[in-house]
Design a protein around this ligand. Structure first.
Ligand code: HEM
Length: 474
């Protein structure tokens, strides 16, 4: 590696690599963005690391991240290969979306998924109607807590998971439904397994996957979750009528029925299970964690909550349900939601990218096949853009006249070719769930609870530490 570094004379600088482990010991894997921020100060906007023998380049700050992801979009559009995932069914022409290599199959599947999500926004029951309906169920479940202290996490998770269920399987589940509870439990289990040190370590040391029995042991949770998805798809297939598309699964089955070419383009059974698993993984915890940050900030900033209550009463009133059309008339609420996303910073290091070809960035040479980490946290908290980068300050998104403005460095969904595919759905869920809940309740910190921490902990995404709140009907 040192030899290669010398050869690439303009390769980005970085801390000294140790034999075998590279720079891994310097990184706090519970807070990678904080370790990156230290190196950012020392080595500048672009620096290099080494995970065992994998070369990594970390991009920092708005200007650098935008230049790579937007101006050199294709150069940075690939994803690194994760050998460990083969053990849960990833293979040729079936890589899902999130970790799929950049190329023809990924493009086909991404295009199909985006247009199918869009189709549900038109005709039939629109996506917005579904979010509004779910927000109603969420409110009823919160009301049932009768003002007692409770952890919002489980109910919000249920609501957000139900949105993905509704898209994929055409219907929602009651929160108490046995099948639903099993699905959510299996899903959470598989996520925490994926976030675990062992899975991450096996991706940098794939040779260990040859140890007999180890993959089965390490991926037990993820396999159980995939088996469960198989059952749901099988049930769906039994009732499938090609004349009528009920949901995403039906639309995918229809593509699959088009024959060999469709199969080559990624429309095969194995990929259906991986794509749906990806939509759950990418679309549920992200949104529900953002909502939890938003409510945490409401507990810590009651004056902000009062201002939102006033805006809701003025624009929507107490009776009618909020709609996306209200957003333009609610600059303050909109600013608060954006600030919760910025400050909560749930995907501080985004998802790993990989260079698709040799490229240059700000005078540095980055060879093809280098893993690239976009330090989104350094963009959302870039001192040259945000007035109070480390504080919750909704005014970041308001102009002097109190109108909503969105600085370009607001990049929680990343940017470029691999920009979050569900951003539009996520924005809808955040606005409708947040506004509906605040229309119905005042959220308070229980007297006997300590003041919640605002630092969060990292497990694939940055989550708030558990906290309880009281929801008092308005
Ligand atoms: C990718 C953030 C909600 C589906 C991503 C990425 C980020 C992100 C940072 C990585 C982009 C990159 O590689 O540069 C978020 C946040 C969300 C959210 C903050 C909620 C607040 C959703 C939802 C869905 C979704 C609701 C689906 C319904 C995806 C998919 C990808 C992705 C499929 C992979 C795209 C690709 O590789 O082509 N998201 N996301 N996300 N997100 Fe989201």
């Amino acid at each position: 590696f040192m030899k290669r570094r010398k050869k690439w004379s303009r390769y980005p600088p970085g801390p000294m690599s140790l034999p075998f482990v590279g720079t891994m010991p310097y990184i706090d894997f519970h807070n990678p963005h904080l370790s990156f921020n230290k190196f950012h100060k020392k080595f500048g906007n672009i620096f290099s690391l080494q995970n065992c023998w994998t070369n990594l380049v970390v991009l920092n700050g708005y200007k650098t991240v935008k230049e790579a992801l937007v101006h050199k979009a294709e150069d940075f559009a690939d994803r690194p290969y994760f050998p460990a995932y083969e053990h849960i069914g990833y293979g040729d022409k079936s890589e899902g979306i999130v970790v799929a290599r950049y190329g023809h199959v990924w493009k086909e599947i991404r295009k199909f998924t985006l247009s199918t999500l869009r189709d549900f926004g038109m005709g039939k029951k629109s996506l917005e109607e579904r979010v509004t309906e779910e927000a109603g169920f969420l409110c009823s479940a919160i009301k049932a807590e009768e003002g007692r202290p409770f952890d919002l996490r489980f109910l919000v998770n249920n609501a957000v998971c139900n949105m993905i269920c509704s898209i994929i399987y055409g219907g929602r589940f009651d929160y108490g439904d046995e099948v639903f509870r099993k699905m959510v439990a299996l899903f959470e289990n598989s996520l925490s397994e994926e976030a675990g040190f062992l899975t991450q370590f096996l991706n940098v040391m794939p040779i260990l996957l040859r140890i007999p029995g180890l993959p089965q042991k390490v991926f037990r949770g993820q396999k159980a979750y995939m088996d469960f998805i198989d059952v749901l798809i099988q049930k769906h297939m039994e009732t499938w009528n090609p004349e009528y598309t009920r949901d995403f699964t039906d639309a995918f089955l229809k593509e699959m029925s088009k024959g060999k070419e469709a199969e080559e383009n990624g429309f095969n059974y194995n990929n259906l299970r991986l794509v749906t698993a990806d939509l759950f993984a990418a679309g549920s915890d992200t949104t529900s964690t953002t909502l939890r940050w938003a409510f945490l900030y409401m507990l810590l900033h009651p004056e902000t909550q009062s201002k939102i209550h006033k805006e809701i009463d003025m624009v929507i009133g107490r009776e009618r349900s909020p709609t996306m059309m209200d957003q333009v008339n609610m600059p303050y609420t909109n600013a608060v939601i954006h600030e919760a996303q910025r400050c909560g910073d749930i995907a501080p290091v985004g998802l790993p990218h990989m260079t698709y070809r040799d490229t240059e960035l700000q005078g540095y040479f980055i060879p093809k096949g280098t893993t690239v980490i976009t330090n989104l946290s350094s963009v959302l908290k870039d001192e040259s853009v945000w007035k109070k980068p480390n504080e919750f300050y909704p005014e970041h998104f308001l102009d002097v006249n109190g109108q909503f403005v969105k600085p370009e460095a607001f990049m929680p969904f990343s940017a470029g070719r691999r920009v979050c595919l569900g951003a539009q759905l996520a924005r809808m869920e955040l606005f409708i769930f947040f506004t509906t809940l605040l229309q119905q309740f005042t959220f308070m910190l229980p007297e006997d609870q300590p003041r919640p921490r605002t630092d969060g902990y990292f497990a694939l995404i940055k989550c708030p530490h558990p906290f309880k709140l009281r929801a008092i009907p308005r």
